[in-house]
Design a protein around this ligand. Structure first.
Ligand SMILES: Nc1ncnc2c1ncn2[C@@H]1O[C@H](COP(=O)(O)OP(=O)(O)O)[C@@H](O)[C@H]1O
Ligand SMILES: CC(C)(COP(=O)(O)O)[C@@H](O)C(=O)NCCC(=O)O
Length: 381
């Protein structure tokens, strides 16, 4: 991509980072240009409100220097940095490179905070996806808990959420997004996740997957509820096809792989929901990427195994749950901050990285169109 295609002018005042096994997620607050000169409106009692937007960007973890350069040259340097002042708090490992102090937040806690924040404050955040139909779900704040959160990152974590800050990691699987991408790279020689997805769009999993019909002479096994088109064994046809890897189309391999991983996660998620009697399952993590085929496969798995009892739901800001949670739950020691998306009171914010309070428009370069920006305001007390 030409750098000019992803350069834009912005102002950054607060940020949170989630450094994952595959991707680094960055959430930052960008004040609106129509705030007063110092970026805030004073509302009394020394409290000021800054209106703006939460913005989202992601970087590959192996290219962490790109992320640090992005922050250093395009955010902090231009807006002024709050340098460390000898504090003994937990320090973020990239502190030396950026010259600022980050506080660490617990990953699971951040994931849960991120989802609760989204579900309680951002309209049309959650949706179902079945048979090609996307339907937004109206969330009743009084009837939100309990739910199961399934975060599909490099690996998969399953967390039972019972309230704000009330949660338990009940299960997980190492067969996650990293498995899809890692195996996909080995089997298809593709170079990136996007390339692998593109391949999977064009493929046909039936070429490699062994279907129920392949075993039972083309018929359903209706006695045990299996249609002839259900997958009996992922990649099973490769056992006896007499083919080498090169004889298969990479598209078909990618399709089978995506189906296998999504199906397996959907099934394990359902089993855990069953274990604890949970009816709602929210799926997050960057593996999903809003991809219809992935969401459909997961939804069908949950629907099939639960006989329609449990529901798979997805989130518009699926990939940024941990970073959002860190952003909303950070308690600044020098400021009491409130993040107020759409002017509703919610939780606390963030790391303040603007030292001189003079926000400037700067040119930034990153893949920034990764998540829809959220209009909000921050209270600085
Ligand atoms: N642009 C991308 N580059 C690499 N992996 C991606 C990309 N987009 C989506 N993914 C998928 O998302 C997974 C990482 O999800 P994420 O929630 O960021 O987890 P982690 O925190 O472990 O990095 C990858 O393993 C891959 O399956
Ligand atoms: C270790 C992790 C929490 C890290 O999170 P991630 O970077 O994958 O989002 C996750 O990869 C995981 O839950 N793996 C599965 C481990 C298991 O339960 O077997």
């Amino acid at each position: 991509m030409d750098p000019k295609d992803y350069c834009f002018s912005t102002q950054i005042s607060h940020l949170a980072l989630d450094i994952g096994g595959t991707l680094i997620k960055l959430v930052y607050f960008s004040p609106n240009g129509d705030n007063s000169q110092d970026g805030s409106i004073v509302v009394g009692n020394g409290c000021s409100v800054v209106k703006g937007r939460l913005c989202f960007a992601k970087f590959e973890t192996r290219k962490i220097d790109d992320c640090l350069d992005f922050i250093r040259f395009n955010i902090l340097q231009h807006s002024g940095v709050q340098h460390p002042n000898g504090t003994t708090r937990d320090k973020f490992p990239v502190k030396e490179k950026l010259g600022i102090v980050f506080d660490k937040e617990d990953e699971m806690h951040s994931l849960v905070s991120g989802v609760n924040f989204l579900l309680k404050t951002v309209p049309r955040e959650a949706f179902t996806y079945l048979d090609g139909q996307k339907e937004f779900v109206q969330i009743d704040h009084n009837d939100l808990y309990p739910y199961l959160l399934v975060n599909i990152g490099s690996g998969v974590s399953m967390i039972k959420v019972d309230g704000d800050g009330k949660y338990e990691r009940i299960s997980g699987t190492s067969l996650g997004g990293g498995t899809f991408l890692g195996l996909g790279k080995l089997l298809t020689k593709c170079k990136s996740f996007d390339e692998l997805l593109e391949l999977s769009h064009q493929g046909n999993n039936r070429v490699i997957d062994m279907l129920v019909g392949d075993i039972y002479g083309g018929t359903d096994y209706s006695k045990i509820g299996l249609s002839s088109t259900a997958i009996a064994s992922s990649f099973g046809k490769a056992i006896s096809d007499g083919k080498e890897l090169e004889d298969y189309q990479p598209e078909d391999v990618a399709r089978s792989l995506l189906r296998m991983i999504s199906n397996n996660i959907g099934q394990i998620a359902y089993l855990n929901a069953l274990r604890f009697g949970l009816k709602r399952i929210f799926f997050g993590g960057f593996f999903i990427r809003g991809l219809e085929y992935t969401m459909d496969t997961i939804s069908v798995a949950v629907h099939f195994w639960s006989r329609g009892e449990a529901k798979a739901m997805f989130l518009r800001h699926e990939g940024f749950l941990g970073a959002l949670g860190a952003f909303t739950s950070y308690k600044d020691q020098s400021h009491s901050n409130d993040l107020k998306p759409h002017h509703q009171a919610v939780q606390r914010a963030v790391l303040k990285c603007s030292g001189d309070d003079s926000f400037r428009h700067t040119l930034v370069a990153a893949n920034i169109n990764d998540g829809e920006a959220i209009e909000c305001s921050i209270n600085l007390v």
